[in-house]
Design a protein around this ligand. Structure first.
Ligand SMILES: Cc1cc2nc3c(=O)[nH]c(=O)nc-3n(C[C@H](O)[C@H](O)[C@H](O)COP(=O)(O)OP(=O)(O)OC[C@H]3O[C@@H](n4cnc5c(N)ncnc54)[C@H](O)[C@@H]3O)c2cc1C
Ligand code: SF4
Length: 334
């Protein structure tokens, strides 16, 4: 067996507070937090990352709870994907998030995988995951995907690196004005999910704004009175029906009143390096009557200025068809 496929050695310990995690991240330069380990351990195994210290978060109870007040729902970063998908408030008020979580990976991974880990998982690009290849994302000098396998790469917003955003929950959370809570030395701050992810043009080495001694403690969703709740839907196309990432996924949330679309959010996964909000399609739909809506025309606006590779033009068609189906299904449910 290739020696690269063995886990490198690391120290593991479990801090008992958020402050202790932050100080351990600061004191140990090459350390990582770990949730369920379903992504990080395979990264360590194939040598993509080699932390000296792993910080388990499972002793911090506050990170493992979902709590709701009149104004917001807080999901701790150590809440499992399974718990997100089955929570009754999330099912009722944020249907697309429940659907995205329920259809993600496999039952085993949903039982151990956490929301924090899902949002911070690393890209799936084959070349990035290969221990023998140092591509631009690993500090090398070349993108090996260019001129290689391009079937799974992005079709828009790629620059020097052409990964797609892998997290299903991030796409769904982008529909609901979610905020990410981040702990760093002496500070806890909240930022909109749209500012959390960074594209390769901003930082080719990372996918989020997190600094080395920061980690995610929770995700917040605004609560709405029943009359102003949005209806929402998440659909994902993949090659295998279980345990597979999205070729393309789409989430839509709609608020319809007296037959007119009052508000609309649309976000895609699998087509860009970060969750892709279809602002042009949202603008077209708002203030339109659902009765005579030209769904095909609206769906044609899904991706502005797509730049597919020869092997992934199918993603543009897939995105158009998926969003058409999601929108039609939501309108039928009115
Ligand atoms: C076969 C397979 C199929 C999969 N399919 C899907 C899929 O369809 N959709 C999908 O979205 N994902 C999929 N995944 C990816 C992923 O493993 C899971 O989604 C899971 O949610 C990751 O959570 P975790 O707690 O196990 O993360 P971990 O492996 O523990 O961590 C992943 C990364 O996040 C970091 N991290 C963990 N917690 C935090 C935190 N609180 N703050 C900051 N950083 C943190 C870690 O340092 C690490 O870099 C799949 C994985 C596998 C192996
Ligand atoms: S697409 Fe990005 S991650 Fe993949 S080989 Fe190119 S630089 Fe590396």
């Amino acid at each position: 067996m290739n020696e690269e496929s063995f886990l490198s050695t690391f120290r593991y310990y479990e801090p008992e507070s958020v402050a202790e995690v932050v100080s351990a991240l600061k004191d140990n330069v090459n350390s990582s937090v770990i949730g369920g380990g379903s992504d990080l351990l395979s990264e360590i195994k194939n040598g993509t990352t080699k932390p000296n210290v792993l910080l388990g978060l499972s002793r911090i109870d506050d990170l493992k709870r979902i709590t709701a007040t009149d104004t917001e729902v807080r999901i701790g970063s150590m809440v499992t994907i399974n718990a997100v998908s089955s929570d009754p408030v999330i099912k009722r008020d944020y249907g697309a998030l429940s659907e995205a979580s329920a259809g993600l990976a496999t039952p085993q991974i949903r039982n151990v995988g956490t929301l924090g880990g899902n949002l911070n998982q690393r890209p799936r690009c084959w070349y990035y995951r290969n221990p023998l290849i140092d591509c631009l994302k690993k500090g090398g000098t070349k993108c090996y995907a260019l001129g290689g396998h391009t079937k799974y790469l992005c079709v828009t917003e790629g620059e020097r690196c052409y990964i797609v955003h892998p997290s299903d929950t991030a796409v769904a959370l982008s529909l609901f004005s979610a905020e990410i809570e981040i702990a760093s030395a002496g500070d806890i701050r909240r930022i909109p999910i749209g500012s959390f992810f960074v594209s390769p043009s901003e930082n080719i080495l990372r996918e989020t704004i997190l600094g080395p001694d920061e980690f995610v403690t929770a995700v917040y969703l605004p609560s709405h009175a029943p009359e102003s709740r949005h209806m929402s839907k998440y659909i994902k196309a993949r090659e295998r029906q279980s345990g597979d990432f999205a070729l393309v996924s789409v989430g839509i949330s709609l608020k319809v009143s007296s037959g007119t679309i009052q508000a609309c959010n649309i976000c895609f996964g699998g087509i860009a390096p970060t969750p892709y909000r279809s602002i042009q399609m949202e603008k077209y739909l708002v203030n339109r009557s659902v009765e005579n809506l030209d769904v095909s025309y609206a769906a044609g606006l899904a991706i502005s200025d797509p730049k597919p590779f020869p092997d992934n033009e199918y993603k543009v068609t897939l995105a158009t068809n998926l969003v058409k189906k999601a929108l039609s299904d939501l309108i039928c449910d009115l």
